[in-house]
Write a protein that binds this ligand. Structure first.
Ligand code: GTP
Ligand code: MG
Ligand code: ZN
Length: 308
């Protein structure tokens, strides 16, 4: 029985890296189930697995997966009940965003943060492409920076064009398993390429027409960089279908709303239109960001009305 870490999963084959650095292609035997969710890929990048050698000793057969400390999933499609495991066992999730080409929406940011909160994965919000920001984008970045740092999320700035900020990112990644998530075209693969120019990755361009990326990366893949950095490139995400969080618990995953909810009159307050709701009072005072609150209402499937 050998042990290794899955670095790529394309459906039927899984690439597994052994401790000594050898790379083996593996298939799976038997059924692997995740409690409570249906996954299209039962074994995913970042999984620690055990495998046996095939008869010809050229490939392996995965026989078991070690318990995961956490995972990031997304819905396979809007309607489907199936999930795709994007990455497992990560130490830091980097949410790469941009104010331009493509512009990341706060609804997307908040959905991602909720799925990370659900597993208590530390998130760093990474503003990339700062070289392209004009005065307006700078101001938008400062606004978001202040909203998210106030809640307790870390933010960092980066330009992969000028390399400004790259050393801070590199230091922060040392000795950790890092996953990079974000919209298509924000620069996830470019970051890995810049951190280690010996790695060859497909880099996309930005569609002139839609001003979005072209979904260049299609599978998650983990790379090991010389400085002890493990980094997982992921396909650009359109949206995050979060794990099915109960409506009555959704606010637990908005840390500032959860903290404020202590002051609500009713213990079962959902912070929509209940009387003496401390959350709404704080939104009115500007102590809780209106955009966060609107995204909360949207996820609760409530028309945000005057906060729009
Ligand atoms: N000006 C500028 N362009 C950048 C920067 N970072 C990345 N790009 C460009 O953005 C485009 C998309 O980069 P990718 O690395 O392919 O983006 P991705 O996030 O991996 O996209 P998907 O694989 O589709 O999810 C490329 O043309 C990059 O050269 C940056 O900091 N500044
Ligand atoms: Mg990519
Ligand atoms: Zn309330």
């Amino acid at each position: 029985m050998e042990r290794g870490t899955v670095t790529k999963s394309t459906g039927s084959w899984y690439t597994v890296r052994l401790k000594d650095g050898r790379i083996i292609q593996c298939s799976i035997r038997g059924k692997f189930r995740i409690r409570g969710i249906r996954a299209t890929n039962p074994v995913a990048v970042g999984d620690h697995v055990r495998f046996v050698w095939s008869e010809d000793h050229l490939s392996g057969i995965i026989t078991s997966i070690e318990e995961r400390t956490n995972y990031i999933i997304r819905k396979s499609s809007k309607l489907s009940k199936e999930y795709q495991l994007v990455a497992c066992n990560v130490d830091t999730a980097w949410l790469m965003i941009s104010m331009v080409l493509p512009r990341t929406l706060t609804a997307f940011i908040d959905r991602f943060l909720i799925s990370a909160e659900a597993y208590r994965i530390p998130v760093i919000i990474l503003f990339n492409k700062t070289d392209l920001y004009g005065e307006q984008e700078e101001a938008e970045m400062e606004e978001l920076w202040s909203v998210y740092t106030k809640i307790g999320y870390r933010c960092m700035k980066l330009s992969l064009q000028t390399r400004e900020g790259i050393e801070s990112v590199r230091n922060e990644m040392k000795d950790k398993v890092n996953v990079i998530a974000g919209n298509s075209g924000v620069g996830k693969s470019t970051l890995i390429q810049v951190l280690d120019p010996t790695i060859r990755l497909k880099i996309g361009d930005i569609s002139e027409f839609h001003r979005t990326g072209k979904h260049t990366t299609t599978f998650s893949e983990m790379f090991e960089l010389p400085s002890g950095i493990q980094i997982i490139d992921t396909p650009g995400l359109r949206g995050f279908g979060t794990i099915d969080i109960d409506r009555s618990e959704l606010f637990h995953f908005f840390p500032e709303i959860f903290r404020a909810s202590e002051g609500c009159r009713y213990h079962n307050c959902l912070h929509i239109n209940e009387p003496e709701c401390a959350v709404k009072t704080m939104v009115d005072k500007g102590a809780i960001s209106a955009s966060r609150y609107v995204n909360y209402l949207m996820m609760m499937e409530i028309e945000p009305g005057k906060y729009r």
